[in-house]
Write a protein that binds this ligand. Structure first.
Ligand code: SF4
Length: 484
């Protein structure tokens, strides 16, 4: 068991010169609960720099509740753009003056009252109580939840469970400060992807539960070991995820190949930064319809050939499949169709699936095939939280699951299940009902490898702490020097 006093003191020293989380910064600058509340609402799933700029624009137009009440939802949206989910947040803020009237136009100082306000969940409420009012509250965001589990100080599955466990266990003297300390620490040293353990003063005593430290020269996974890191991520709009720090995340992931699905953009619509990520060449297969579907691959490895689509215009106009050929394997990424509400596209999806299986089997006759992407199906009951309630819903119908059975029987191995047989591992969470923070999810993103070459997979992971999309990335480490 770690000594939490020593650990938090060490973290405090380690982050002294690091960036202060934006909400704390606003609190220091204003000590105004209204501004802290608004900035906290804006900060969810948004880079600190973007939150800071949007807060400044909004507070210049509306310095207090009265000022906010005078703005329309459209005006607020224009002022806070491009924070994540700016339309939803503008709607919440437009309703805030009316909601606060219940509390005599004063921002409440209890979690119970704060969570009755539009757009305020437990995390935001705890943060406002702790930061604006300096009252005992533990704000558990993704960094606190993740790092407390890495330290094995708690063993919990969701931020809410972590909050409850910390209320029992964490000495009250740390409640107010733990969030800002661990956010700064999580953003700088104990990062969600490739934590900088080599530079961390806690390394000798840290349990490092579930951690894959960053690679650094001459230690792991370099070309000399023959291991390459492959990642697949449905980004749900590359231009949207760019605003949430995608380029930095991609660099932190430090993968050799990163496949993306649902890019919703053509290459000519991308920023120069996205087109030119140092070290990578990108390949694209976009839909003819603007802002729809689309796949891409960023690769450090130079392919011999690039193939777009399945060779069938019915499917290829939707930009769903992209294949890179390397000397000893094919790397395929696919964005399988969603059978949609009312299963309107189930027939289309099943035709696509059949065509895709023929395509994959053709490739597998020639050499090893790695197939990653959003398969848009949870295969087994253990692959989603509520199987019984979803048997008639898109992504878990008997027809879609049957195709996945067929795919596996045809010789394609779901590599995650080689290493993890237990339930509770998900890659997609609905944006509704706080599903991600409650971990009510589905595992629909996979890396499959043909059975003859599945032994080349050294590790399979779900990177559930990577935010920015309603999906998280999935990863395999793949042996280059072991063709069989
Ligand atoms: S040693 Fe690594 S995992 Fe542990 S706290 Fe430091 S950075 Fe995080």
């Amino acid at each position: 068991m770690i000594d939490i006093d020593v650990f938090l003191r060490t973290v405090m020293q380690a982050v002294q010169d690091k960036k202060v989380p934006i909400v704390d910064l606003i609190a220091v600058q204003t000590e105004d609960p209204f501004k802290v509340l608004v900035a906290t609402i804006l900060s969810a799933r948004t880079k600190d720099e973007t939150t800071a700029a949007a807060s400044a624009r909004l507070f210049a137009a509306a310095a207090d509740l009265k000022g906010l009440a005078a703005l329309s939802g459209e005006k607020i949206a224009a002022l806070i753009y491009p924070v994540g989910f700016y339309k939803n947040k503008a709607a919440y803020l437009a309703r805030l003056p009316q909601a606060l009237a219940r509390y005599n136009n004063v921002v409440p100082d209890t979690v119970e009252q704060l969570i009755t306000l539009p757009g305020v969940g437990r995390k935001t409420a705890n943060l406002v109580v702790a930061v604006a009012y300096k009252k005992p509250a533990i704000c558990v965001d993704t960094h606190v939840h993740r790092i407390m589990n890495i330290w094995e100080y708690v063993t919990t599955a969701t931020p809410l469970e972590t909050e409850m466990a910390l209320r029992e266990k964490l000495p009250a003297r740390h409640w107010l400060t733990v969030n800002s300390l661990l956010v700064a620490f999580g953003q700088s040293i104990c990062r969600p992807v490739g934590p900088h353990c080599d530079a961390c003063p806690l390394l000798p005593d840290c349990p490092q539960r579930g951690v894959a430290p960053r690679r650094h020269p001459g230690t792991t996974q370099g070309p000399e070991t023959g291991l390459k890191k492959f990642i697949s991520w449905n980004v749900n709009g590359i231009r949207a995820v760019e605003k949430k720090g995608f380029v930095q995340v991609l660099q932190d992931l430090d993968a050799d190949i990163i496949a993306l699905q649902e890019t919703k953009a053509r290459k000519d619509q991308l920023s120069e930064e996205l087109k030119n990520i140092p070290g990578y060449t990108s390949y694209w297969h976009s839909a003819e319809r603007k802002g729809y579907s689309g796949v891409a691959i960023y690769s450090r490895l130079q392919p011999m050939h690039v193939l777009q689509g399945l060779g069938d215009p019915e499917f290829d106009c939707e930009g769903r499949v992209l294949t890179l050929e390397f000397p000893s394997f094919f790397f395929v990424t696919a964005y399988f169709p969603n059978s949609a509400d009312g299963l309107k596209r189930l027939d289309f999806k099943l035709r696509f699936n059949k065509k895709f299986l023929d395509f994959a089997q053709d490739l597998a006759r020639r050499k090893c095939v790695v197939i990653c992407g959003d398969y848009n199906v949870a295969h087994k009951e253990i692959d989603l939280t509520n199987p019984a309630r979803n048997t008639a819903n898109a992504g878990f119908t008997p027809e879609e699951r049957h195709w996945m059975d067929t795919f596996v029987q045809a010789g394609f191995v779901d590599t995650f299940r080689i290493f993890h047989q237990d339930p509770g591992h998900y890659t997609w969470w609905s944006y509704r009902f706080n599903a991600r923070s409650k971990d009510i999810g589905w595992r629909i993103d996979y890396f499959c490898v043909d059975v003859a070459h599945a032994g080349r997979v050294d590790k399979a992971l779900i990177l559930k702490d990577i935010m920015g999309s309603d999906h998280c990335p999935v990863q395999i480490d793949f042996r280059m020097d072991q063709p069989g």
